[in-house]
Design a protein around this ligand. Structure first.
Ligand code: FAD
Length: 431
């Protein structure tokens, strides 16, 4: 009988856990991918770069599979409808995939699993996106950690013992079911190609100097730019972590642990999708001025480092982490705009958008999350600029008109904004 392997956030042939397990069954394996109409329908930009990225990746996978006389069969439908077609077409008895930890994906998988179960088709999912999933690294009493440092220490202690496996799926590709299926054109999916340049998925050389380069936004190779590859699984987290773990300097590894920390938090505290981790912070009375939000989105606040960051985001789908922290803090604290507005804007624009990381970091910046920056610590945009872009190299790249006419005055005075923020937060927390 046929076994189906369902590609999702794991768009690679090498070291792919569920693909490996499917190929181990001894049956022919048909790989499938679903362009989910419900997800695509929510995207507002017909040139959404993530759709182009996925599409290009599928094309590359099919090119790599061509010598084996096989390819991924692509569906474009609502998920359940696509599965009805897959079942009718291949009559599988088993379905394999890698687990997706986002709350909405979890619900979708339960629905599909139930549908398959009715037809006596088994659905098995495997750990691939993370080293440790939500219940692997918990406190002695079984409760989840809510403080990063404690989580990280336990994570490291467990990695030291367990190490990580590898799954040589790439050696078994001859067991895929023969058959060449065409890849629909982007236009058939209702999209156009984005012109955004995607970073390479090799950045091992960044790790050695990471500690000294990671806070300099003008350095293009100062950080790995692997976010998009981790998002769509075009790189193996096991290989990346093994490499990072072998470094004497472990700062890069600690960033990868932040990623798992926030995934674990979102899993255990799904209310954070729409509400603050700490409920008191939901009492903040945001100003939510639409015109100010628009100025922030477009990089017209008159604070150069904030504006450069927003323009980088709008232009490239990427923003440097230092600058993300400042832009997020500025929106919540200087403009007193609800962190959810900013979170949604980043979700729309970031190539590396990941629900858990985005929410976790936004709540950190707003001061309302786990392990958050205390609310009374308010970044000064000008000090941040002096510290991280003293020669204006990054700023001038994104704001060529900086010193000429046309660059706006600051949207709000820093001292005034600071006091207004303290007052607003205090009255919410004392309520
Ligand atoms: P590197 O510095 O090279 O780090 C390597 C990888 O480690 C990253 O790709 C990422 O997977 C992980 N990582 C690093 N820092 C963090 C962090 N603070 N939290 C979680 N994972 C981390 N990261 C996302 O992946 N998706 C998001 O949607 C996202 N939204 C953010 C929103 C805000 C407001 C802030 C302040 C940060 C956000 N981050 C997000 C975290 C971080 O900014 C990005 O992961 C990083 O800038 C991506 O660039 P890089 O791949 O070069 O990272």
């Amino acid at each position: 009988h046929t076994v189906i392997f369902w590609f999702r956030r794991d768009l690679r042939l090498a070291d792919n856990h569920a693909l490996f397990q499917a190929l181990q069954t001894g049956h022919l394996v048909q790989p499938v991918f679903i362009f989910d109409r419900s997800i695509l329908g929510r995207l507002s930009d017909s040139k959404d770069a993530r759709v182009t990225f996925i599409w290009q990746q599928l094309q590359a996978l099919n090119t790599a599979l061509a010598p084996y006389g096989t390819s991924i069969k692509i569906y474009h439908d609502h998920c359940l409808e696509a599965w009805q077609q897959i079942v009718a077409e291949f009559r599988p008895q088993q379905v394999f995939c890698n687990r997706d930890y986002e709350p909405a994906a979890g619900l979708r998988d339960l629905e599909i699993q139930a549908f398959l179960g009715e037809q006596h088709i088994s659905f098995q999912s495997f750990k691939d996106q993370v080293i440790f999933h939500e219940k692997d690294v918990v406190k002695a009493d079984g409760n989840p950690y809510t403080v990063y440092t404690a989580y990280k220490n336990k994570w490291l202690a467990q990695y030291e013992i367990a190490g990580s496996d590898s799954y040589a799926s790439e050696d078994l590709l001859q067991l895929l079911q023969p058959g060449i299926h065409p890849l629909p054109r982007l236009a058939e999916l209702g999209f156009q190609a984005s012109e955004i340049h995607f970073p390479e998925n090799e950045a091992y050389d960044v790790m050695a100097d990471y500690l000294s380069t990671r806070d300099i936004p003008s350095l293009e190779n100062g950080t790995s730019r692997l976010g998009v590859h981790l998002r769509f699984g075009t790189i193996s987290i096991r290989k990346l972590v093994a490499e990072a773990y072998s470094m004497v300097e472990k700062t890069f590894l600690k960033e990868l642990i932040w990623r798992e920390f926030f995934m674990m938090i979102l899993y255990h505290f799904p209310h954070t999708v729409t509400k603050a981790f700490m409920p008191k912070y939901d009492l903040i009375v945001w100003r939510n001025q639409q015109a100010e939000f628009q100025a922030w989105c477009e990089g017209r606040t008159g604070y150069p480092l904030v504006d450069a960051g927003m323009r980088e985001l709008n232009h490239s789908g990427f923003m440097h982490n230092r600058v993300r922290m400042l832009c997020a803090s500025f929106l919540c604290k200087h403009l007193l705009i609800d962190w959810r507005w900013g979170e949604a804007y980043f979700a729309e624009k970031l190539l590396d958008y990941d629900q858990s990381a985005n929410i976790g970091n936004w709540q950190w910046a707003a001061g309302c999350g786990t392990d958050a920056a205390p609310y009374f610590r308010i970044f000064s945009p000008m000090l941040q600029q002096k510290k991280f872009d003293p020669n204006l190299t990054y700023i001038k790249k994104w704001i060529p008109e900086l010193t000429g006419f046309g660059y706006p005055q600051p949207i709000v005075d820093h001292t005034l904004a600071r006091e207004r923020c303290l007052k607003t937060y205090k009255s919410a927390l004392n309520a």
